[in-house]
Design a protein around this ligand. Sequence first.
Ligand code: 3PG
Length: 306
Amino acid sequence: MKVLVATQKPFAKAAIDGIRQELEGVDYELILLEKYSDKQQLLDAVADVDALIVRSDVIDKEVIQAGENLKIIVRAGAGCDNIDLKAATEADVCVMNTPGQNANAVAELVFGMLVMGVRNFYSGSSGFELKGKRLGIHAYGNVGKNVARIARGFGMELLAYDTYCRAEVINADGIDPTISVKTLYQHSDIVSVHIPLTKETRGLIGKSILKNLREGAMLINTARKEVINEPELLQYMIENPKFKYMTDIKPDIHDQFMEKVPNQYFTTPKKMGSQTVEANVNAGIAAAHQIVDYLKNGNQKYRVND
Ligand code: 3PG
């Protein structure tokens, strides 16, 4: 069996070594396509492989159809919004993710950005402490849970809202569940966004949600840029000069944020949430393991398409 690892944003070497070990242990061949810049390279590379491991790489219908022998795609990570799931189902290709494997890395970056935000970008002016502040966790999945764990160490109060996670589950972790997104934003000093990108969440965070925030609130986004209505966020920031937006996914209108609200805005130059050796190793090896387990034993535990 041939397994292609296609990553525009490459894994750490330790992750590739682990993937190789996992695959060579069952006589599967590893093919690497890293830092590719042209879609044609991906179309050529996928042509004769049985399995594909990707990160945020766009896997559309054309790529799926180019993989004539393709049986499984594993997204080494959580969000599968980069993969055309319908096209995969139509082509009889199984799609999986590796839930939780990079969650701690993303959660740690939330606090990296959070401290930077409350300390006014280390500008020399007096900032605030996290202790005693209310952190609203917008979606209580694997990343949200890790954020909650770390926040307790800072002495923060915790609130969470999740459309799909029952309030009792959130409550059982000692966190106050809110009854709506609106109440989450109303009662938080800082909101950390962890919603996946779906039809329902695209552009969700705009003026109707932002207007509920308290003066001086902060929004941290390590999820997806598409869940933000960027023009409405920018307008809100212009009207609320104490509000800050910290993001790990550069907005489409980055230049406008830089021009109009430079002291309220920070973005990482490249999405860095899961870019740790540990997360690469965890997610990469889990992906290789899931491929072997699917092809040899038919295990579909982490399947995300129909
Ligand atoms: C995910 O969905 O797992 C995270 O957003 C990480 O994405 P990345 O692998 O592209 O860094």
